[in-house]
Design a binder for this molecule. Sequence first.
Ligand code: MG
Length: 377
Amino acid sequence: MAGKDRESFSGFESIADREKLLLARFAIHSTDTKGRKYAEPVQEYRGPFQRDRDRIIHTAAYRRLSHKTQVFTNELGDYHRNRLTHTLEVCSIARTIARALKLNEDLVEAMALMHDIGHPPFGHSGEDALNECLIDDGGFSHNRHALRIVEVLENRYPDFPGLNLSLETLEGQQFRAAKKDANASPSLEAQVVDAADSIAYDSHDADDALELGLLDIAQLMEVSIWSHAVTKVSEGRELSPVLLRRSVAHELIDVQVKDLLGNTMLELDRLQLRSAEEIKKLPPVVGHSEQIMHQKKDFESFLMHNVYRHPNVINVRDSAQQALRNLFEILKSKPHLLPENYRLRSQEIGLHRTIGDYIAGMTDRFAWREHARLSDD
Ligand code: MG
């Protein structure tokens, strides 16, 4: 049964007062939460979304993000982003946007920290390989798996399975996991997290690819959003390639955030929304101007051709995918090699999904180690 986090506590009232002062009418206020699947007493010193954020941070799945691939695996070096540092960059950008738009920053933070928690080892390559292995069992998607983690797999509380997050925090992830529906939008807070994700990876993937030598700056000068940023940061000065690259990475974030804020504020002004509920019936409101949207599209197609499909990236991808496929086959034919809690769970949910859950939870290095160990078995 859905419970409500609305009991009157002095601490909670001060959170409500603060939000009334700081948040817009169209933000999700803590007092309007629909509560949690399993009712819990309200805490005096933390609002419901702060509590969600803390629960997410304390999960094993969140900690393991530090050893999971974003785009480039850790054999390539130590400079580039991993899934955890990407998550923190998304969170930082999303909070900035949320505060400027007077949205609920705590809710945005919780959703941002959760948004990639369902990634298996080896990023999207790992996801594709697992999806292939599970194709007759409903497939695998990192967005759906994130929900599975927070609703079922993280067992840390005696009174309920998963984390028992607020329905608003879950709803953001449910939208990410569902097929896009043109007639429904998630909360503005969830829209902000999506936008921040794209702002973060467009900027940091180019920065990482340059550091790794997969690209050179001259190539990027054909991309308009990049070349404009170069003109802006150099101001006629001769900057060293490293300083130029790093300054451009910041400028790219700044230009996208400013554009997103300007464009979204205009839209919010035009709509004159009175409540968070009204968002659901509208097309997405948080978005870029036409000009930046086109520039981002060109930038992303450049990154697709020159970075994500770079031979060095593809080589690592192929061997990582083969390792996951092998692991899946080995465990399918020798289920006794699974840890005991997984063997027990396989009796309830079937062997294939259990193996999928086990592999999805692995870090890159644990997957390589298990692959080596079980291949010798
Ligand atoms: Mg992401």
